[in-house]
Design a protein around this ligand. Structure first.
Ligand SMILES: Cc1ncc(C[n+]2csc(CCOP(=O)(O)OP(=O)(O)O)c2C)c(N)n1
Length: 794
């Protein structure tokens, strides 16, 4: 049989056929779970986590799911994905084996373990597909509860599409906001803060979010009594229950083995959600877990015999069979035949998936073996070659390792020259398979955006920095209906630093909005809305508070493109402000922690608001997710107002030589840049000529090697920032010396000057003794120069 869709969305079927089709699908999914576990236990796949026991609820949910709708769920949802026609049995096994071909494993190209689902929302060029012609699933992540913040954004997009008139003709993305975002979560994962934060925000925002809790009573080995107050998530959420004013969440409870009740409940719940944008909770109780949690361990260790017996009797497929028989729709024999047919079908699809997976590796294995036969003319290579030639179904790892060993054993002998080229070819090929698409590699890459210089009138007006940003956002909001700005205090008062002053009045509260104090779901709003074609700019009020959102920024936003092998994008812009102010949680600059957490995002550290606006303009022309850290002390500094505000674009990934010099290269960024500039001025008076370089962006950093080129000229290097020692300064140092090859130009030891390792103490004196000062910069420069010219700097 072929790799065919199991979609339940077929027309023209009788009620009886529909029921039997659902029965067939449920059994196909169950057989896939049973066989999936065997595939792991016999060593063909690494790990398995399956959806057995949850089949009926997911078929019912799929019945209410329409094209244009979205899912944000977790690893139990295989039946749902099959039911909407977005997962074939062959793809399911391909994922289990980590097949790297996206035709075979479209969710992640083998990058994610099985059970992590996604549809492909962008084409090979990175352009949006028509999302209204598709059933959409955002890409799953493993941290339990991590699907929640994104779900909020997916649902909120409908709200925005409904209420922003200019977006009504965005028919590729919406039908005037009638799309529902469906969430799924296990009952134990509702213990996560992200769940509660999302439920509250959904109720406040009144968004079309339909949240299902698959309740099987356990989180691996920990039962519900240690997870959920009163052992019932719907009961403890009852304070959210929808009231007569239409506020809150409509809560439904339904048994996971009751097909008829499930179908009716979802139909009713989703209608309300879709038509009135009422958030929904469907608490699906009494679900079983026939095979236990996952392939790691057996549940017999911690579940009682009574419970396991109960699983047998109340298995949703057993109950479904009873239901069908009671309706008189089918006979016992006919249902048995469907079950056997499902089993045979799944077995065949598994075999085909395995053959296809092996074929994708074996073509290279065969060529490698042929090269190894030739290499056997070298005695030292014989045992290595023979071992590989004999190996049964070797993987790419074994292949590359054996090639490497042969090349070493052959010690550069001319016979292995062709093998060496083959190794290079494979290396390039596998690097693409496993490491491509961290950033956009297509036309919408931020590196392809053409920079445009800021221009000024002869007598440019000097304004507070914040006014440049305010006027910039005014320009963008006016030009692009898809741009939205939101965050704590952003709406009514226009931001704590007034960078959005007056914009809510002008563009309305769906485009310039206040949010609750909930950084993780602010991040989620940005992720979900950007996945649906909008261009959200989410503000995290202060850099120090980004830690609340850092987990979701790392695990979700930064990895979207990579973990889908280029199948999805989320071009969200996260705007925050940080670095130097005075206060232990108002002046942090944890840039090393951030850049090492969010590879896959762009990280901009503009030194002033002119540059910040230019970077936002560049980012809006590309589709990379980005973080922009504005300088907290720059909003009231005077800057000249550019006359082409909104149109000029500051390059990203390119450092800037701000002052040329000969004796030493000083690299900095953000707020410390200004301290360095002041120190450079003083030192120039003492005859030291410093080349001052602004890093401008930390991810990507200095792609054209401006710092390395400067070091080649000056032979001395000082890097200054206000992160902890070994933070972003070490990251920059490593890049300049190793990737850019700067080590070879050093005449003296390179120096990093960072803040103290503790959080910065409060007050001006606290700041002075916690962060690099002008004096510290001067001393660092003099220290380096003394070593170089001891006579001149005694
Ligand atoms: C944040 C996080 N903590 C721990 C884990 C390990 N883990 C994976 S699944 C799981 C249990 C989840 O239980 P539940 O939410 O009830 O879903 P179920 O597997 O029962 O469907 C745990 C603890 C994880 N993946 N993520």
């Amino acid at each position: 049989m072929s790799n065919f869709s199991l979609s339940i969305h077929q027309t023209g079927l009788s009620a009886q056929q529909t029921l039997l089709n659902d029965y067939r699908l449920a059994w196909i999914s169950r057989e896939a779970s049973l066989l999936g576990r065997k595939e792991v236990l016999t060593g063909k796949a690494k790990f398995g986590i399956f959806g057995d026991g949850k089949e009926l609820a997911q078929i019912a949910m799929a019945r209410a799911f329409k094209k244009g709708d979205w899912r944000s769920g977790y690893y139990r949802d295989q039946t749902f994905m099959m039911a909407i026609g977005e997962l074939t049995v062959r793809q399911y096994f391909a994922a289990l084996y980590a097949h790297t071909d996206i035709e075979q494993e479209p969710a992640s190209g083998g990058r994610q373990m099985g059970g992590h689902y996604a549809t492909r929302t962008i084409d090979n060029q990175g352009q949006w597909k028509n999302l209204m012609e598709m059933y959409n699933s955002s890409s799953d992540i493993s941290p339990t509860g991590g699907q929640m913040p994104r779900l909020l954004g997916l649902a909120q997009a409908s709200k925005v599409f409904k209420n922003v008139q200019e977006l009504h003709d965005w028919v590729q993305f919406t039908d005037k906001g009638n799309e529902v975002a469906f969430g799924t979560i296990g009952d134990s994962s509702t213990s996560e803060g992200l769940f509660w934060e999302t439920m509250n925000a959904a109720a406040v925002l009144h968004v079309p979010m339909c949240m299902s809790v698959w309740d099987n009573g356990w989180g691996i080995s920990v039962p519900k009594k240690f997870q959920t107050a009163k052992e019932s998530i719907s009961e403890v959420l009852s304070g959210f229950e929808l009231n007569d004013n239409g506020e809150g969440i409509k809560i439904f409870k339904v048994k996971g083995w009751n097909y008829a009740e499930l179908v009716l409940t979802y139909a009713k719940a989703v209608k309300l959600c879709r038509e009135q944008h009422v958030p929904i909770l469907v608490h699906v109780e009494e679900l079983t877990q026939p095979q236990g949690h996952s392939t790691s361990g057996s549940h017999e260790r911690y579940k009682s015999k009574e419970l396991l017996d109960w699983y047998q009797d109340w298995d949703c497929l057993v109950q479904f069979k009873k239901f069908i028989l009671a309706q008189g729709i089918s006979s016992e024999e006919e249902l048995e035949a469907i079950q056997q047919e499902a089993k045979a079908f799944v077995r065949q699809e598994q075999k085909d998936a395995w053959s296809s997976f092996r074929a994708s590796i074996d073509e290279d294995v065969q060529t490698t073996k042929a090269h190894f036969e030739s290499a056997k003319s070298i005695a030292a290579c014989v045992p290595i070659a023979d071992a590989f030639i004999k190996a049964k179904e070797p993987g790419r790892k074994e292949m590359m390792s054996s090639i490497h060993q042969i090349l070493r054993a052959a010690k550069g002998s001319p016979e292995i020259q062709v093998l060496s080229q083959w190794a290079q070819f494979l290396n390039d090929k596998y690097t693409r398979l496993y490491s491509s698409e961290l950033y956009n590699e297509g036309p919408l890459s931020v590196m392809n955006v053409q920079p445009v210089e800021a221009e000024y009138e002869a007598q440019a007006e000097m304004v507070d920095g914040r006014m440049i940003l305010r006027d910039f956002w005014d320009y963008q909001l006016g030009k692009r209906p898809e741009v939205l700005i939101f965050g704590e205090d952003v709406g009514k008062i226009g931001g704590v630093n007034q960078t959005c002053e007056g914009l809510q009045e002008k563009y309305g509260e769906f485009r310039v909005a206040d949010t609750g104090i909930r950084e993780a779901t602010i991040m989620g709003q940005a992720i979900g809305m950007s996945m649906r074609g909008l261009r959200p700019v989410a503000e995290i009020q202060y850099l120090d508070y980004i830690y609340y959102a850092l987990q979701i920024m790392r695990d979700d936003l930064a990895s979207v493109r990579y973990r889908t092998a280029g199948g999805q994008k989320a071009p969200a812009i996260i705007s925050t402000r940080g670095h130097r102010l005075e206060g232990i949680w108002h002046s942090g600059s944890p840039m090393g922690a951030i850049v090492n957490s969010v590879r896959g995002m762009v990280v901009c550290v503009p030194r002033n608001m002119t540059q910040a606006a230019g970077m936002y303009a560049t980012l809006l022309e590309s589709d990379e997710p980005a973080l922009v850290v504005e300088c907290l002390n720059g909003y009231r500094s005077k800057e000249a107002m550019p006359k082409n505000l909104g149109e000029y674009r500051t390059p990203v990934g390119i450092a800037e030589v701000v002052e040329p010099g000969e004796d030493l290269t000083l690299v900095s960024y953000g707020s410390t840049f200004h301290i360095c500039a002041a120190a450079v001025k003083e030192l120039r008076a003492e005859g030291i000529s410093i080349e001052l370089v602004d890093a401008r962006t930390l991810l990507p950093f200095d792609t054209s090697g401006i710092c390395g080129a400067s070091l080649k000229k000056t032979n001395r290097l000082l890097i200054v920032d206000e992160d902890v020692p070994g933070g972003a300064s070490a990251y920059l140092l490593n890049d300049i010396l190793t990737r850019q090859g700067g080590y070879q130009y050093l005449d003296s030891a390179p120096v990093t000057l960072a803040a103290k390792p503790h959080l910065p103490a409060y007050g001006s004196d606290g700041d002075y003794f916690s962060k690099p000062s002008i004096e510290d910069v001067i001393d660092s420069v003099l220290g380096i120069m003394k070593e170089a010219k001891p006579d001149n700097f005694a």
